[in-house]
Design a protein around this ligand. Structure first.
Ligand code: COI
Length: 354
């Protein structure tokens, strides 16, 4: 735990919780009573502060607003049937956060600030974890360059924060996905595996255009040949072909190394499926669809959890599935949820008690 005095705490006069109904709550709209804030300056991290959730005061010259040196994470906390709070695999997100920091030339955040600060914040806002099925408390750690300067160079000051948002499902219904041919998300040597704000900014036009055509999200293809599947909007993607689940590999550094992705791989293997992390071309996807072997397609992500995909459109070729027949995806979702909501034993050591 964080040492006595290593974190400053400013208490709220009263909780906002009684004004909010935590049932059927939309994603990312409401925020809890507290937030954590830690500044990096003069080459070191300053004492973190937990204070009431409130707006930030910033100069218009703050570097992040101009050059986008900004990274973030998504983590979820759940309640077990006895009402105890748990965070799902926070150390994995902590490690990924610092990988993103290194890639974006930002300072790494020490464990005492990220992990112990998150723990303390969650203890203070523990009553905000919803009880309802498919609901959780979404944890959003993030960091941005906070130096006041107009000049393209790594900033000398950064702000690390954690905010919390009670939430329901990100995607409510099975998804229709447009296979993107024109725009690309990531290229080898780029920042595809970093969870940096710009990756999401760059995805918005393609997603908006796909939405106009009636699709929920895009499926990104590799930037060189526009042939190999990468990931879907806000989630990693799995294709169940026969008794094998295929998901694009992480070897090229163009895909986000999803913590949910990793958990799904473990669960699929425990279910007896073969999991292949490898290049998967859109031709292979279409061939498997035509032969009837491509049984299920689904996405995985912290926000998205496990989301069924019912349609993929590539050029003029439409692939559709009856998601009522999805058994693998349903089973993965149930097994994962049972662990998250404390209904089955945590044999992998994924749940971190608050
Ligand atoms: C997450 O799954 O936590 C994400 O960060 C995706 C999205 C909400 C940006």
């Amino acid at each position: 735990m964080i040492a006595e005095g290593a974190i400053e705490i400013i208490r709220a006069e009263k909780s906002k919780l009684q004004d909010i109904n935590l049932e059927n709550i939309p994603f990312g709209k409401y925020f809890t009573d507290y937030m954590l804030e830690a500044d990096y300056k003069n080459g070191e991290w300053q004492t973190p502060v937990i204070r009431p959730y409130q707006p930030l005061m910033m100069a218009p010259s703050v570097a992040a607003l101009h050059y986008g040196q900004a990274i973030f994470e998504g983590i979820k906390a759940y309640k077990d049937p006895a009402g105890n709070g748990y965070i799902f695999r926070p150390f994995d997100n902590f490690k990924r956060f610092n990988l993103s920091a290194v890639r974006m030339a930002m300072p790494e955040v020490p464990e005492e600030i990220f992990m112990d600060g998150m723990h303390k914040l969650l203890q203070m806002d523990i009553n905000w974890i919803p009880n309802q099925a498919d609901h959780s408390l979404y944890i959003r750690p993030f960091m941005f360059s906070s130096e006041e300067m107009i000049g393209v160079k790594p900033s000398e000051q950064y702000k690390f924060m954690i905010i919390l948002s009670p939430t329901g499902p990100y995607y409510n219904t099975p998804m229709r996905i447009y296979v993107e041919e024109q725009y690309v998300r990531a290229v080898q040597g780029g920042v595809g595996e970093a969870k940096t704000a710009g990756n999401y900014a760059a995805s918005m036009l393609a997603t908006a255009e796909a939405k106009k055509k009636g699709y929920d999200q895009v499926l990104w293809m590799d930037a060189l040949e526009h042939r190999y599947v990468q990931e879907c909007g806000t989630m990693n993607v799995f294709f169940v072909i026969g008794n094998t689940a295929i998901t694009p590999g992480l070897d090229k550094g163009t895909i986000l190394a999803g913590v949910t992705r990793d958990s799904v791989i473990t669960i699929l293997q425990e279910m007896g499926l073969t999991v292949e992390e490898r290049d998967l071309s859109i031709e292979e996807v279409m061939d498997a669809y035509k032969s009837g072997e491509l049984k299920e397609v689904f996405g995985s992500g912290t926000a998205a959890t496990i989301s069924m995909i019912k349609e993929l459109k590539y050029k003029d070729f439409v692939m559709e599935w009856d998601v009522e027949k999805y058994t693998v995806c349903q089973q993965v979702k149930t097994l994962l949820n049972n662990i998250r909501y404390g209904k089955s034993p945590d044999t992998h050591g994924w749940m971190y008690k608050i």
